[in-house]
Design a protein around this ligand. Structure first.
Ligand SMILES: Nc1ncnc2c1ncn2[C@@H]1O[C@H](COP(=O)(O)OP(=O)(O)OP(=O)(O)O)[C@@H](O)[C@H]1O
Ligand SMILES: C[C@H](O)[C@H](O)[C@@H](O)C(=O)CO
Ligand SMILES: [Mg+2]
Length: 487
């Protein structure tokens, strides 16, 4: 039976997971995990890509030790960030992390040259200050001109492992450079940022076979014979494929460092309303669109935990939050001030103080503030999704590490007043492996894969319970988040 390895690298951790398809079920086993995170150098933030590559090789060595001699392999990571390589394939700079401040003013500068609404109408991607469009605009032009190729992170990892140059579509859409109509890189925007089309590789469909891992790597390290498959290399695109949605229109929350909340459509929605509410049409696998919004997510609690010297585990922080009276402290989770503050504890406290609220002091109060605010933001986003898609949303699938935060899952059900269907945790790795299984002919398509997922992995359903004075709390939250929809 075929073995498929998913290399899933998120902003806070990476993992290697092996998947097999047996008797109508998908079996997954995580066999290697490593911490990930951004590193500061001279006031800028970067990814340690050589460490990530070493960890991938270490993971493959572990796979060989587990008795995996041959397999297919797919790679997915976070979006927007890129490597520049010269004509000899050498990386010519460190890989900036999207939380670096260099793009802080890029949107303001670009809007003087091109209307943001016009960009949105043809590209349909949400405006995030760190999208690749803005990163390249802010990049040193001399260095950019020296680049033979611009490779998003997972494309670069495939290149390092195999020598194959790709520009995988789902992740390429996070650049905010792909034109919805031409289905190609938008020439006008490329000119605006001083990049030539040939600096990007030909757009690549998820599912394509890419060939073997370089012989030199296999000779140097005792790793399995791997056939690389181009998966949905944007981790969120893979995560969505792993959502066990049975309904025609299912809403999902990919709950990790970011909270990505959206729906899967067969068509883009890029109109006045979706522009004003800043929703995105990231490309999904198999011709779909991920109509979603980025919510600051569990980054908030990750940074509070880091500030508290990791004295508390995530489970401890949930336990502490449970002891605190709810809805005393609320923040607009999507406020730019939370994107990369020096000290998240002080940032949350300052926000509460300047908005005239009590100030959370203890770990429990800070965690409570974050979880309450995230649940209310999820409610707001679900209402907006139903309005913009013109169809009702009756439940919410939660996948990713946030599934382990049972308190937040229940709180989300209560505050959003709908059932939350939680699981699988490793939906990203699952979606990565699903594309490999479809390419190998073990599963027919995404619809069959979701059916198999429902039969293979347990879910937990959180039914909504009444929240005392919910209307008043929602009104207070909507005022904080400067309006937006609430019916
Ligand atoms: N035992 C736990 N209890 C509560 N929350 C948990 C627990 N374990 C993990 N989490 C939550 O899951 C989050 C990590 O989720 P996940 O592993 O999906 O992120 P990732 O894949 O590393 O990052 P990305 O979102 O970039 O893909 C943690 O930040 C934490 O908030
Ligand atoms: C920066 C991107 O919006 C981010 O990577 C998000 O798309 C993601 O991939 C979260 O895991
Ligand atoms: Mg992840």
């Amino acid at each position: 039976m075929k073995k498929h390895i998913a290399v899933d690298i998120g902003a806070s951790s990476g993992r290697l997971v092996v998947g097999t398809y047996e008797n109508g079920k998908i079996l997954l086993k995580e066999f290697y995990r490593f911490p990930n995170g951004i590193e500061e150098q001279n006031g800028n933030y970067f990814w340690n890509i050589e460490k990530i590559i070493n960890e991938i090789v270490n993971g493959l060595k572990a796979a060989k030790k587990e008795g995996i001699d041959e397999c297919t392999l797919g790679i997915d990571t976070w979006g927007v960030d890129y490597a520049l390589i010269d004509v000899d394939g050498n990386r010519i700079q460190e890989i900036y992390a999207y939380r670096d401040e260099r793009t802080k003013t890029a949107i303001e500068k670009i809007k003087k040259q091109k209307s943001l609404k016009d960009i949105y109408k043809k590209i349909g991607i949400q405006f995030l200050s760190f999208n690749t469009l803005f990163q390249l605009y802010a990049h040193d032009q001399e260095e950019l001109m020296k680049a033979h190729k611009i490779l998003l992170v997972p494309d670069y990892l495939y290149y390092r492992l195999s020598g194959r140059l790709i520009s995988e579509k789902t992740n390429a859409s996070t650049t905010q450079l792909l034109n919805l109509e031409t289905k190609e890189y938008d020439e006008e925007l490329l000119q605006l940022i001083g990049v030539k089309r040939e600096q990007f590789e030909t757009l690549t469909e998820p599912g394509e076979f890419l060939g073997p891992v370089r012989e030199s790597i296999i000779k140097e390290h005792d790793i399995p014979q791997c056939e690389l498959i181009c998966v949905a290399t944007h981790d969120t695109a893979s995560a969505v494929l792993g959502v066990p949605g049975a309904e025609k229109h299912f809403a999902y929350l990919c709950s990790g460092t970011w909270s990505l909340m959206g729906v899967e459509n067969r068509y883009p929605i890029a109109n006045e309303q979706s522009y004003s509410m800043n929703y995105t049409n990231e490309w999904g696998a198999y011709g779909t669109y991920r109509f979603l919004k980025n919510i600051m997510g569990l980054w908030l609690i990750q940074e509070v935990r880091r500030q508290l010297e990791k004295e508390y585990s995530f489970a401890d922080l949930v336990m502490e939050a449970k002891k605190i009276k709810p809805f005393q402290f609320l923040i607009d989770c999507n406020d730019e001030c939370f994107l990369k503050p020096e000290n998240m504890v002080l940032e949350v406290q300052h926000y509460c103080q300047k908005s005239g609220q009590s100030v959370p002091q203890t770990a429990g109060e800070l965690a409570r503030c974050i979880f309450d605010s995230l649940a209310l933001m999820y409610r707001k986003t679900l209402k907006e999704l139903a309005l913009l898609n013109e169809y009702p949303i009756h439940s919410l699938h939660v996948v990713g590490g946030g599934v382990q935060n049972e308190m937040l899952c229940q709180l989300t059900a209560d505050v959003a007043e709908l059932p939350v269907i939680a699981g699988p945790i490793e939906s990203t790795a699952l979606g990565n492996i699903i594309v490999q299984m479809i390419s190998c002919g073990e599963i027919a398509d995404a619809a069959e894969a979701r059916k198999v997922t429902r039969e293979s992995f347990p879910i937990t359903i959180y039914q909504p319970a009444p929240v005392h004075q919910l209307e008043r709390i929602v009104k207070q939250f909507i005022q904080l988040t400067s309006g937006g929809l609430e019916r």
